[in-house]
Design a protein around this ligand. Structure first.
Ligand code: FEO
Length: 422
């Protein structure tokens, strides 16, 4: 293997025999897709694979960097040699130069995942494009070498796939195993320490699809990988399996082992005058009385919501208590709810409760948000005007009990989704 370590890859870089990196560096970037921060920019990695019967291009770059991409491409291939064009997913940072590339190499056949068809329509807005949809096990020959495809949906786009070059043991992994880290030395054994960027990228893009990561790893771990060539960040030629294992480690639940098979219910609350607090205690007590589940009660007044995200990802049910202040739930509750986009909460059980002074919108707003996150909200929330009465506290206990029964699979089906119907 070529172990050259370019300090400033203005030119194409050979990463395996007949395989060149033709990507670009974007060292000035500090914010990606609005939500992702990067301390030193990113790279948009694209690759050219030469076979005896033509050249394949794997991904392109962001449109504004197209000139740099084409300059590198032209240094390793003529446009009339390009027979195959693969997009591992359609996000614009990898497809920006595609229209111009297809104009320059009109004979190239485009290969995209079966899931990409609908997304392509959205990107092209009526223009037509000839392409071949591919799925796991499909192959395309370049003569003396063959590309094959692995369907790895939702990592992190629905149409994500990986492309495998068997003779080189090279996995073009798209965003999987990538990171926003810009270093002209390009290879993982030559660049600066990028471990934080790797884990950060996983946490923000892959973690919400953790189950999908584990499914993809079933395909990827079966391969005799010698190099991982992701769409962002360093090319992983030194101990590439380390990064595959890291994904598995990050995707495996650690807390679940502690709870065993017992269902878990987390009750979060914030209370201005103690009224929502006593409601929270009643919800937790009701759930506890039902038995068979593990109930935890947390006061969000501690201010930090990040520590709760791991707990929430592992929990089976979530209950949020908030007073209504100025017609809204309080900020720490929204902070916690907004942080849930980073984890998978689809299908968990959700509920809300809270005390209010004169309007009391918070409970319904939280329930709407929970439904928006695809939680099930099977039991209507409880509201109490100022100090909860004994009857309202009993309603809180009932809420807790019913949630516990739902978690245990013992609930009366007649009450399921009543809140959703309201
Ligand atoms: Fe790097 Fe999902 O685009």
């Amino acid at each position: 293997m070529n172990r050259a370590t370019p300090s400033k890859p203005d030119l194409a870089v050979e990463i395996a025999p007949g395989v060149h990196w033709i990507g670009v560096l974007d060292p000035g970037l500090r914010s990606f897709d609005i939500i992702l921060k990067t301390a030193n920019g990113t790279t948009y990695n694209a690759y050219a694979v030469r076979g005896s019967e033509g050249v394949a291009i794997i991904d392109t770059v962001k449109e504004c960097f197209a000139d740099d991409f084409f300059r590198k491409l032209e240094s390793v291939a003529r446009y009339d040699e390009i027979r195959v064009m693969v997009l591992n997913h359609l996000e614009p940072d990898h497809t920006g130069a595609l229209p111009e590339l297809l104009r320059r190499a009109p004979q190239a056949q485009l290969y995209i995942s079966t899931r990409a068809k609908q997304m392509l329509k959205g990107l092209l807005h009526g223009d037509s494009l000839d392409f071949t949809p591919v799925n796991t096990g499909d192959t395309v020959s370049l003569g003396d070498r063959t590309l094959s495809f692995l369907h790895t949906p939702f990592l992190h786009w629905p149409d994500t796939q990986c492309t495998w070059l068997e003779d080189a043991g090279l996995l073009f992994s798209g965003d999987i195993f990538g990171c926003h880290f810009c270093d002209g030395r390009l290879f993982n054994d030559a660049v600066g320490d990028f471990r934080f960027s790797f884990d950060y990228y996983y946490a923000h893009l892959m973690r919400p699809f953790r189950d999908r990561v584990l499914q993809a790893l079933e395909l990827i771990e079966a391969l005799p990988i010698r190099v991982v060539a992701p769409a962002h960040g360093p090319v992983l030629r030194d101990k590439p399996q380390h990064y595959v294992r890291r994904y598995r480690d990050l995707s495996i639940s650690t807390l679940r082992n502690e709870a065993g098979d017992v269902k878990t219910l987390l009750v979060f609350y914030l209370s201005a005058y103690g009224n929502t607090r006593v409601m929270a205690e009643a919800v937790a007590a009701g759930a506890e009385e039902a038995g068979g589940i593990r109930v935890s009660l947390y006061d969000l007044e501690v201010g930090e919501v990040a520590p709760f995200v791991d707990l929430i990802e592992e929990a089976d049910g979530l209950v949020f208590g908030s007073p209504t202040i100025n017609g809204d739930a309080v900020k720490p509750v929204w902070d916690l709810l907004s942080s849930l986009t980073a984890v998978s909460v689809r299908g968990k059980l959700g509920a809300a409760f809270g005390s209010f002074g004169w309007s009391g919108e918070a409970v319904a707003m939280i329930e709407d948000r929970l439904r928006g996150l695809k939680l099930r909200v099977p039991v209507k929330g409880v509201r109490a005007k100022l100090i909860p009465t004994d009857m309202e506290l009993e309603a809180c206990r009932t809420l807790g009990r019913e949630l516990a029964l739902h978690l245990a699979g013992l609930a009366d089906n007649k009450i399921i989704d009543m809140a959703a119907l309201a």
